[in-house]
Design a protein around this ligand. Structure first.
Ligand SMILES: [Zn+2]
Length: 182
C-alpha cells in the first residue's frame, strides 16, 4: 500500500532524532484520537499546538462540514484557538510546534507562516491524501525551503501508515469529501 518514498521522514533541517521520536509519539496519538473524532462527525484531520515542555495549547479537528466553513481546517482551528488561549496574534515568543495528522494544504501553510508557529510536524504527505481521499491540497512550490528561510522547521511523513489507515477508513465509511463545485 505504502510507496517506500513516503515512509522516509523528510525535513528542512538535519533530522534531530529526539525531536523525531517525540513527534512520532504525538502523531500516533493524534491518529488514534482522530479515529474516534471521525465517528462523531469531524473531518479526517487533527492538529495540536504544543509548547517546548509538552503542554498542549490547543488541539482541534477539521470542522469544515460540521461548522459550515471552508476555512476550518484542523491547522487553522488549532492556530486560532492557540492565539485565543495565549491572547496574541503572534505566537513567535512561545516557540510552539504544530503537530498535524497530514501535510498542511495551501491555505494552511499560509496560516502557519503568519501565526508565529516555529516547528511543523506532519503525518501523511499531500500526494497520498489526494490519492486516498480526492481532496485537493492546492499548489505549494518549494514550501520546505520557503519555511526554512523564515525560520520554521518542518518534519514530514511521520508514521505514514497509521495515517493512511485513518484516511482509508474515512473514505470507506462514506464520509463527505468536500470540494467547491467546478
Ligand atoms: Zn489546510
Amino acid at each position: 500500500m505504502t510507496n517506500n518514498s513516503y515512509t522516509q521522514v523528510i525535513s528542512n533541517e538535519e533530522i534531530n532524532k529526539v525531536k523525531l521520536e517525540n513527534a512520532k509519539k504525538i502523531i500516533l496519538q493524534l491518529q488514534t484520537e482522530l479515529t474516534e473524532l471521525i465517528t462523531n462527525g469531524s473531518g479526517p484531520f487533527l492538529a495540536a499546538v504544543i509548547d517546548e515542555n509538552g503542554n498542549i495549547i490547543s488541539k482541534t479537528a477539521n470542522s469544515v462540514v460540521s461548522e459550515g466553513c471552508s476555512n476550518n481546517h484542523a491547522e487553522m482551528n488549532a492556530i486560532k484557538m492557540a492565539q485565543k488561549n495565549l491572547g496574541t496574534y503572534d505566537l513567535t515568543k512561545f516557540n510552539l510546534s504544530l503537530y498535524v495528522t497530514a501535510e498542511p494544504c495551501m491555505m494552511c501553510i499560509g496560516g502557519i507562516m503568519w501565526s508565529g508557529i516555529k516547528n511543523v510536524y506532519y503525518g501523511v504527505p499531500s500526494k497520498l491524501v489526494e490519492d486516498i481521499t480526492g481532496f485537493d491540497e492546492g499548489f505549494k512550490p518549494n514550501w520546505f525551503e520557503e519555511f526554512k528561510n523564515r525560520g520554521i522547521t518542518v518534519y514530514g511523513n511521520i508514521e505514514v501508515e497509521a495515517g493512511e489507515k485513518v484516511l482509508h477508513n474515512y473514505v470507506n465509511t462514506g464520509k463527505t469529501v468536500y470540494q467547491p463545485e467546478r
